[in-house]
Design a protein around this ligand. Structure first.
Ligand SMILES: O=P(O)(O)OC[C@@H](O)[C@@H](O)c1c[nH]c2ccccc12
Length: 264
């Protein structure tokens, strides 16, 4: 069992929802990234999604685009990101999933990427620009190294595709709440809730809902049919504004609200 599976099993046993916190590695700077990971865990984060900055982040809205530009200006490379991971592993055993675009990994060599990042303490990867149909070889490599390759479902996923992705999924399934890019916005989470309910017919893998979540209320709504919620832009925005404390307060509020909602 890897760290992700272990953590999700613990949450389930405790009747708690997970909170996955996305942080762009190196934005506004490396020290803030490391401190934010430490404090996010203390405030109730269950998993860290570490963004590996890329120059053309096509699935990202303005906040994470800006964070990526800043991180690249700070000279972030995969080699530096490995160092950050090793630093984090000195004080934390929280599950960490990378989020990046295939270009960087392909250039580095995908198998070498998996080996090196796993060795530095990463537990899996989210690669939004490789469709399921094209990811067979990547899946094989990840499975060989006990490294999670996140599968996606969205409101537009057909039942046939859902059956395929659910069958191949390990760790967690990323349930995208709407068809836009990342960023806080008003979302009707009952739509992805219905999709989650359908996915349960195909899999026992934990479901994590993300995209748009900017408040504790939105987290509760997103969690209704899921096992975890994912928050990115709302946290990253506060970090970029130099408001680490506010970012942590948001995570803390989400933890409280989700715990209270699970009592019912
Ligand atoms: O920023 P949001 O709307 O809270 O969404 C989560 C998201 O940031 C994180 O999971 C993520 C950041 N970049 C991505 C690209 C694709 C998929 C997911 C992501």
């Amino acid at each position: 069992m890897n760290r992700i599976e272990k953590r999700m099993a613990e949450l389930k046993a405790a009747n708690k929802k997970g909170i996955y916190v996305y942080i762009t590695c190196g934005a506004p700077d490396v020290a803030t990234t490391i401190e934010a990971v430490k404090q996010a865990e203390a405030n109730g984060a269950s998993l860290i999604e570490l963004g590996l900055p890329f120059s053309d982040p096509m699935a990202d809205g303005p906040v994470i685009q800006t964070a990526s530009v800043i991180a690249l200006k700070n000279q972030m490379t995969l080699a530096k990101e490995l160092e950050v991971l090793r630093e984090i592993r000195k004080f934390s055993d929280i599950p960490i999933v990378g989020m990046g675009y295939i270009n960087n990994m392909y250039h580095y060599g995908f198998e070498k990427f998996v080996k090196d990042f796993k060795e530095a303490g990463m537990d899996g990867i989210i690669v939004p620009d490789v469709p399921h149909e094209e990811s067979g070889e990547m899946r094989r490599i990840c499975a060989e190294h006990d490294f999670v390759l996140a599968e996606f479902i969205t409101p537009g996923t057909t039942e046939a595709r859902m059956a395929d992705t659910c069958q191949d999924a390990r760790g967690f399934i990323y349930c995208v709440s709407n068809n836009g890019v990342t960023g806080v916005k008003k979302v009707d989470y009952s739509v992805i809730g219905g999709v989650c309910e359908k996915a349960r017919k195909f899999t026992d893998t934990p479901l994590a809902v993300g995209f748009g979540i900017g408040s504790a209320e939105a987290a509760v709504a997103a969690a209704a049919h899921a096992d975890a919620v994912i928050v990115g832009s709302a946290v990253v925005k506060r970090l970029l504004d130099g408001k680490l404390d506010e970012a942590m307060q948001l995570i803390h509020d989400m933890r409280d609200a989700l715990d209270a909602s699970c009592l019912h």
